[in-house]
Design a protein around this ligand. Structure first.
Ligand code: PNS
Length: 190
């Protein structure tokens, strides 16, 4: 192999990939969003700033999660309510491979948030799997804003179960519904 970029496998891959000749274009922001957090909303709005259009893909039955607290319709509705001020963002459920969903929507990129080193291993695996199936779709990672690096849907659910304050973590309407769905009654000491 020579020294020129044109001779690298990456250049060959890019040359063979369909290209619409436009920058920006469509991106997919996928996730379970059970429930959506302010960290997710931060990533989606930043993606909407960079791309012409963003489709937020809500996984109907996430493979690695046993059961979701909210149905896919509820998760979509929460996201739609919070994102209604962003005209270039649409929310859609999906129940297929992520790369197939991205292709169906004409997306050239999958955009995800990266919080800490702990996210890296999982995202590294997902990136390799998705790249193998769809080398023409790039996975792009946006670093979380500092105030959201600790925030996760599972952490929020744990706090809600024990009546913790969710202020600054999820939108108020999501906090109310989550508390309602998960709050355990206090057991009285005898
Ligand atoms: O951490 P999340 O929010 O549950 O992530 C969901 C998703 C779809 C972003 C993640 O599982 C992923 O990147 N999957 C790629 C493999 C795939 O297509 N799986 C089928 C949908 S679960």
């Amino acid at each position: 192999m020579g020294d020129s970029f044109a001779e690298t496998p990456n250049a060959a891959r890019l040359a063979s990939a369909p290209h619409d000749g436009q920058k920006g274009g469509m991106a997919v922001c996928p996730g379970s969003y059970d429930p959506v957090t302010l960290g997710h909303l931060d990533i989606i709005s930043r993606a909407a700033h960079v791309f012409d259009h963003v489709v937020v893909g809500v996984v109907d039955h996430p493979v690695r999660k046993k059961k979701t607290v909210f149905t896919v319709e509820e998760r979509v509705a929460f996201l739609e309510a919070e994102l209604e001020n962003l005209p270039n963002v649409q929310v859609k459920p999906f129940d297929t491979l992520l790369v197939d969903f991205a292709r169906e929507n004409g997306a050239k990129a999958i955009v995800k948030g990266l919080r800490a080193i702990s996210d890296f291993e999982y995202e590294f695996e997902m990136n390799q799997l998705n790249r193998k199936m769809a080398p023409d779709i790039e996975s792009l990672y946006l670093f979380s804003a500092p105030q959201f690096t600790f925030l996760s849907s599972s952490g929020v659910k744990e706090l809600a179960t024990f009546g913790g304050d969710l202020n600054g973590m999820v939108p108020p309407r999501v906090a109310a519904r989550l508390q309602e769905a998960l709050k355990r009654p206090r057991t009285e000491k005898i």
